[in-house]
Design a protein around this ligand. Structure first.
Ligand SMILES: Nc1ncnc2c1ncn2[C@@H]1O[C@H](COP(=O)(O)OP(=O)(O)O)[C@@H](O)[C@H]1O
Ligand SMILES: [Mg+2]
Length: 400
């Protein structure tokens, strides 16, 4: 059925490196459970690519130096037909000096070029099906401002914001502060435009705090956004699975944190209480959450409809998690952000929706192949060679 193994890509230079390793290994295990031949492909924090059987064992990640030394460093290249070649850089990969071919790729990166369209483009250029959203949706999904513009144009409510770039800010700080204060007021939320994991995000109550938070956010991105702070905040997330115009939505979750903004610690470093949780339940699943979210059915339906609209407007594919902000007093809901490769692939939302994890990963590979086939059916090149003898004759005058 499958000519070659599937590969799972994970890790990468991103603050969410470790979470991605967990998601990746969860996917490797689930695909193996399905009887699939699977190759783990690990990208180090330094951006080097590795493969090898040793990479499938989570305990190997305690010592990253030893892990890299024991794995085969590789690069990607187009394979014959619809395939990808993992090319060995030093020693033979899986005993073969010509490397190994891969049928499809399941992307399990979080953050960085693995989620922002970079690696998606690499897979496109290599001619191999890959899971999740394409280049455009991945890139827009990573950019909180562009995502909001797109969603607003599709009729989905978003919280008011103002963007300031480093070029606009430097030398005109007071004018920019006036502009932002006037449009947004206090309290406000300051965020780097293209980052996740709550890094560089702050709630501010006055001009001095606003200025400090903007300066801080510029350490992470050349573009910063300031948003109206939603009062009586509750956060509700919904996962969507499928392709644009043909997808289903999951049960909703309400993540619960101690503080009023989810910090990096809340998201990834809490939980794991004394090793009582198994490895496969770690990662995103260790954040405290209520499933299904205890909100009125009417609001839940509104959120599910909005989630579909967002996924369709973005041309999403595979599994995404769409996060909403809700004012608990008024019941109003706004789109906040889309995660095109959600932590643990949102399996904990699909299991209670009737889709076990091993079926979810299989579906992701199916969707990857479906999209690939649909694209390759289109006309993409023309057979005539404009540089052949006769055509080149015609071009002569123009090139001279
Ligand atoms: N407009 C807002 N009003 C109130 N709280 C917000 C707002 N935007 C973000 N937050 C809080 O900050 C957290 C992180 O912001 P978010 O946009 O989700 O960034 P990240 O990509 O880091 O997850 C949210 O989970 C929420 O708790
Ligand atoms: Mg978030």
């Amino acid at each position: 059925m499958h000519r070659y193994p599937a590969a799972v890509f994970f890790g990468g230079p991103s603050p969410e490196h470790e979470v991605s390793v967990i998601t990746g290994l969860q996917a490797v295990a689930a695909l193996k459970e399905n009887g699939r031949d699977v190759l783990p492909v690990y990208v180090s924090k330094g951006g080097r690519w590795f493969t090898g059987d040793s990479l499938a064992d989570i305990s190997a990640y305690k010592d990253l130096k030893a892990l890299e030394a024991g794995a085969d460093e590789m690069a990607l290249a187009p394979g014959p037909g619809r395939s990808l070649r993992l090319v060995p850089l030093n020693q033979p990969t899986f005993g073969r000096k010509e490397g190994v071919l891969v049928d499809a790729v399941l992307l399990a990166f979080h953050g960085g070029s693995g989620e922002n369209g970079g690696v998606q483009g690499l897979c496109e250029a290599c001619g191999v099906p890959y899971s999740g959203s394409g280049v455009m949706a991945s890139a827009v999904g990573m950019d909180k401002v562009r995502a909001k513009i797109l969603c607003r144009s599709a009729g989905v409510s978003v919280v008011d914001w103002v963007e300031t770039t480093e070029t606009e800010w430097i030398g005109a700080e007071e004018r920019e502060l006036d502009r932002i204060q006037e449009a947004i007021g206090y309290p406000a939320i300051v965020k780097p435009v293209r980052l996740g994991s709550s890094i560089g995000i702050a709630k501010v109550d006055d001009r001095a705090e606003l200025e400090r938070a903007i300066e801080e956010a510029f350490r992470y991105d050349a573009s910063v956004m300031v948003e109206r702070c939603v009062p009586n905040l509750r956060e509700i997330n919904c996962s969507v699975l499928g392709s644009a115009g043909n997808n289903r939505v999951s049960v909703l979750e309400e993540p619960v944190a101690g503080d009023d903004t989810l910090s990096f610690e809340d998201k990834y470093l809490r939980g794991g209480s004394g090793g009582s949780k198994s490895d496969s339940a770690a990662g995103m699943a260790s954040l405290d959450r209520i499933i299904p979210a205890p909100i009125p059915e009417e609001t839940a339906n509104t959120i599910r409809t909005m989630a579909k609209s967002v996924f369709d407007a973005m041309d999403g594919c595979g599994v995404a998690r769409i996060d909403f902000l809700m004012d608990d007093e008024s019941g109003e809901v706004w789109f906040n952000e889309i995660n095109t490769i959600p932590g643990s692939l949102s399996f904990y939302l699909w299991e209670p929706s009737g889709l076990p994890f091993h079926q979810l990963v299989e579906r992701l590979l199916e969707l990857a192949v479906e999209r690939f086939e649909s694209r390759t059916r289109r006309v993409r090149s023309f057979d005539s060679n404009l540089l052949d003898a006769r055509a080149a004759g015609g071009l002569k005058g123009k090139l001279g």
